[in-house]
Design a protein around this ligand. Structure first.
Ligand code: SF4
Length: 332
C-alpha cells in the first residue's frame, strides 16, 4: 500500500503505535480486572476477523502507525493466533510486532508464533509465590506461566521479553524485591505498572495504588538503581541495576502520567477505535467495514477520531469518570 499522510492528533502528536485486542475472553480471573464468574463474552460474529484486522493494520501502517501490539482479554485463547501474526508480519510497514499475554498458553504456542513473525512479548505476572499467584488470578497456574517464559527465552529472536507486574497496595509489597531478583537473574525486563481505574467492578480507588516511587525506593535500598534516559513515547521509565545485572521498569500512569507525547491508539476486539485508554467515546470501524465502506472512508473516520484524541487522562482530576469498558475489553 503506498504511504499516506502521517496520522497526527489535534495536539500535533504523531500516532505510531496501535494496540489491537483480538478477543475479550480470558482464561484467568484476576481480582483487579474481572469477577470470578467472568464477563458476558462477545459472540464470534461480533469479533473482527483476521482479514478485517489485517485490513485495518495495513491502512494504519500506511499512515505511519508502524508498531502493533496484540492484546486481549488473553490473545492466546483466540484460535490459531499465529495466522494473524503471519499476516501482520508480512506487512511491509509494520516494523514492530509484539504480544501481551498472561503466559498460560505461551509454552504451547511460542514456536509457531515466532515462526510466523512475532518479535517481542510482554508477559503479565503479578506474583512469584504460588499461593499469592492463586489468590490474585484465581488460577493455580504459576508453573505454566514460568514455563511460558522459559520457552520464550529459548527464542533469541524474541527480544526483549518483558514481565509486567500490576502493583497493588497491600498485596505487591512482599513481591517487590523478589521481582527485582527475578530481573537480575533472568534476561527479562520486569516492569511495575500502577493500578489503573479500568476494572470491571468499577471499584478502583486511589488507596489501592502503590506508587512506583515507593517500589523503586524498596528496590534501591537493596539493589541500587541508576536511571536510564526515557525514549520518546515510552510508557515506562527504566532503571539499571548499578552493578550491571539487568534493568527494571516503571509504568506510572497515575503518579507520573506520560500523556504529553502519547502516540497510541487502540482497536477493540469488536472493532471500536479508542483514541485513549480512558476514552469515553469510540468510533465504530467494524460497522463501517461491514457496511461496505472503502479504505478512503475508513481513513477519513480514523483521522476524524484521532484529531479529537484526548490530551491526557483525568484520573487525578475531580470528576474523573471511569470508562464503561473495562481493561479486558480494551486490551493494554
Ligand atoms: S492515558 Fe490516554 S493519553 Fe495518556 S498515555 Fe494513556 S492512552 Fe495516552
Amino acid at each position: 500500500m503506498s504511504p499516506l499522510e502521517p496520522l497526527i492528533d489535534g495536539h500535533g502528536r504523531p500516532i505510531g503505535d496501535v494496540r489491537v485486542s483480538v478477543t475479550d475472553r480470558c482464561n484467568f480471573r484476576c481480582q483487579y480486572c474481572m469477577p470470578a464468574e467472568g464477563l458476558a463474552w462477545l459472540e464470534r460474529p461480533q469479533l473482527l476477523t483476521y482479514e478485517e484486522l489485517e485490513r485495518l493494520v495495513r491502512l494504519l501502517a500506511a499512515m505511519g502507525v508502524h508498531d502493533v501490539r496484540l492484546t486481549g482479554g488473553e490473545p492466546l485463547v483466540r484460535r490459531e493466533l499465529w495466522r494473524l501474526v503471519e499476516r501482520l508480519a508480512a506487512l511491509e510497514d509494520v516494523h514492530d510486532l509484539s504480544l501481551t499475554t498472561n503466559g498460560y498458553l505461551l509454552a504451547k504456542q511460542v514456536d509457531e508464533l515466532v515462526a510466523a513473525g512475532l518479535r517481542r512479548v510482554n508477559v503479565s505476572l503479578d506474583a512469584l509465590a504460588p499461593d499469592r499467584f492463586f489468590q490474585l488470578t484465581r488460577r493455580d497456574s504459576l508453573a505454566q506461566v514460568l514455563a511460558g517464559l522459559a520457552a520464550a527465552q529459548r527464542h533469541p529472536e524474541l527480544r526483549p521479553i518483558k514481565v509486567n507486574v500490576v502493583a497493588l497496595k497491600g498485596f505487591t509489597e512482599p513481591e517487590v524485591v523478589r521481582f527485582a531478583e527475578f530481573a537480575r537473574e533472568r534476561p527479562f525486563e520486569v516492569r511495575f505498572i500502577e493500578f489503573m481505574p479500568l476494572d470491571a467492578d468499577q471499584a478502583w480507588d486511589m488507596d489501592q495504588v502503590l506508587p512506583n516511587d515507593e517500589i523503586r525506593a524498596m528496590i534501591d535500598a537493596v539493589y541500587p538503581l541508576v536511571a536510564d534516559d526515557r525514549p520518546a513515547h515510552a510508557t515506562a521509565t527504566t532503571w539499571r541495576f548499578a552493578d550491571g545485572r539487568g534493568r527494571i521498569g516503571f509504568v506510572s500512569p497515575v503518579s507520573v502520567p506520560f500523556c504529553d507525547d502519547c502516540n497510541r491508539i487502540r482497536i477493540t476486539a469488536d472493532g471500536m477505535l479508542r483514541t485513549c485508554l480512558f476514552s469515553l467515546h469510540e468510533t465504530d470501524l467494524r460497522g463501517l467495514m461491514r457496511d461496505g465502506g472503502d479504505d478512503g472512508e475508513l481513513e477519513a473516520a480514523i483521522r476524524e477520531a484521532v484529531w479529537s484524541k484526548e490530551l491526557k487522562h483525568r484520573i487525578n482530576d475531580p470528576g474523573f469518570r471511569q470508562p464503561a469498558r473495562s481493561m479486558s475489553r480494551i486490551g493494554g
